[in-house]
Structures are given as C-alpha cells and as structure tokens.
Design a protein around this ligand. Structure first.
Ligand code: PMM
Length: 251
C-alpha cells in the first residue's frame, strides 16, 4: 500500500493548523515525509475542511508551485491537491505527476480535459459540493451504492474527456458530505469500491469521524484504520503522520 504524505500549504487546514504556510517550511516538511517513507507528497494550497472559504487561484498557485518545484527537483513523486484546472496544469509543469481533485472533475469544467491533455495520473474523489455546503448534502439511501454510482458517473465523464482508464485512481471521499456513520459504512464495504476496477485511495487521516476533540487526538485511530486496510486491495492512504503509518504498515 502506498503512503501519500499530506503537505497542506495553507493557514487553515483543519488537521495541521497551517504550520507549513511558509514555502521553506513546507519544502522541509516534504523532504522529512519522504525520508519517513512517503511514496507521494500531496501538496495543497486550498483548505477543504467543512466550512472553509475558497482561496483565489493566484493565492493557491503562489503557495504550491515553489514547493512542488523544489520537491520534484529532489526526485520525489508529487501530487497536486486542487480542484482547479489551471493550478493542475501549472503544478504538472512544475514537476507534479498526479492531480488529486477532491471534486472528481465537478468543480472546474476544464479539469477533465486538462488532465487528459496533461496525461497524468488522476485521483477522482467522490464530492457533492464545496466546503460551505457539503455537510447539508450528507443524505443517502445506501451510502455505498450512492457513492459508487456517483463515482462511476464521474469516471465516465473523465473517460469521455479523454482521460485514460489506466490513469484513474478513485477515492470515496471520507468526510466529504458524509457523517460519521457513512464513513464507517464505506470503510466496512471497501470491496464494493475495489470491484469498480480502479486503484482506491483512502483519506481518513485525523478526520472528525474518528472521534477526539482535536485532530492531534486522532492519530492513534488513524493508524488503526490504516492497519485495518491491509489485505483489502487498497492502493494507498493519504495521511498526515507519515512515520506512524509507514511503521504500522511494515509490522
Ligand atoms: N481529504 C482532504 C483533502 N484532500 N484528497 C483525497 N484524495 N482524499 C481525501 O480524503 C482528502 C483529499 C481533507 O483533509 P486535509 O484538510 O487534512 O488535507
């Protein structure tokens, strides 16, 4: 299972408090995560925590591009966590090889065609709306049936736009328009996601459904969930605490 280290270059990410806002601090943390065993460094400049405001494209790009360039020059595999086609393009030009789009192509009408043109790996996450509105959209019949079918619809759109099937990774979007019970149900029934035939990424790290008042209280439960994914055909996990999760996977 691959470990993707989260490098949020934001002042307001819910789980790491924006400690990486300065480019040099972020680059140093990215190098540290690689040394701890991260296979991919996921660089993001816009917080997607529930209720967060959007940042402008200029601000997002100013945050992430120097960090991506430095880490890619070091030879690390870098992904760009963005919903914007233009940010994705600049990131890939700066050396990123993966576009991680939490909106699965739904936020920016140019995203899927841009990814097709860039010919990079595309992480297509399940999403129902921006941070301000997503909590009100956590309404499902059967959450796994609904989420897998909505992912499949976005996959179809990606393929129609020219994204190659073998470039697509899917992600159920833990915590995005989902309440705690929805997240646990998804984690119990992951085989229904792997059966879709794409690599599956899981981003559970330090999220609210794990319990605990503060994100830092959720590290032990994050590691427990990571361990529970072993042997279930999962492609990768997206985590803040690279060292603890890598250690857990090597036991
Ligand atoms: N979660 C967040 C941000 N980006 N990307 C993917 N593919 N999957 C996720 O679950 C995901 C993501 C929000 O968490 P953060 O604020 O800790 O980065």
């Amino acid at each position: 299972m691959l470990v993707m280290g989260i490098l949020n270059v934001t002042p307001d990410s819910f789980a790491d408090g924006g400690i990486n806002l300065d480019a040099n601090t972020a680059i140093a943390r990215g190098r540290e995560m690689a040394a701890e065993g991260a296979d991919i460094i996921d660089v993001g400049g816009e917080s997607t925590r529930p209720g967060a405001d959007r940042v402008t494209p200029d601000e997002e790009q100013a945050r992430v591009i120097p960090v991506i360039r430095a880490l890619a020059e070091d030879g690390f595999q870098v992904s760009i966590d963005t919903m914007r086609a233009e940010t994705a393009r600049l990131a890939v030009q700066a050396g990123a090889t993966i576009v991680n789009d939490v909106s699965g192509g739904a936020a920016d009408p140019l995203m899927l065609a841009t990814v097709a043109e860039l010919d990079c790996t595309y992480i297509l996450m399940h999403w129902r709306g921006h941070s301000k509105e997503m909590n009100s959209k956590a309404i499902y019949g059967d959450v796994v049936v609904d989420v897998t079918s909505e992912i499949s619809m976005q996959v179809e759109k990606a393929l129609l736009a020219g994204v190659k099937r073998e470039k697509i990774v899917i992600d159920p979007g833990i915590g995005f328009a989902k309440d705690a019970e929805h997240n646990w149900e998804i984690l119990r029934r992951l085989d229904e996601f792997t059966e879709l035939g794409f690599p599956v990424l899981i981003g559970h790290s330090r999220k609210r459904f794990l319990g605990g008042a503060e994100p830092s209280d959720r590290e032990a439960s994050t590691v427990e969930v990571t361990k529970s994914l072993v042997g279930r055909g999962i492609w990768g996990v997206r985590v803040h605490g690279v060292k603890a999760n890598v250690e857990a996977l090597s036991q």
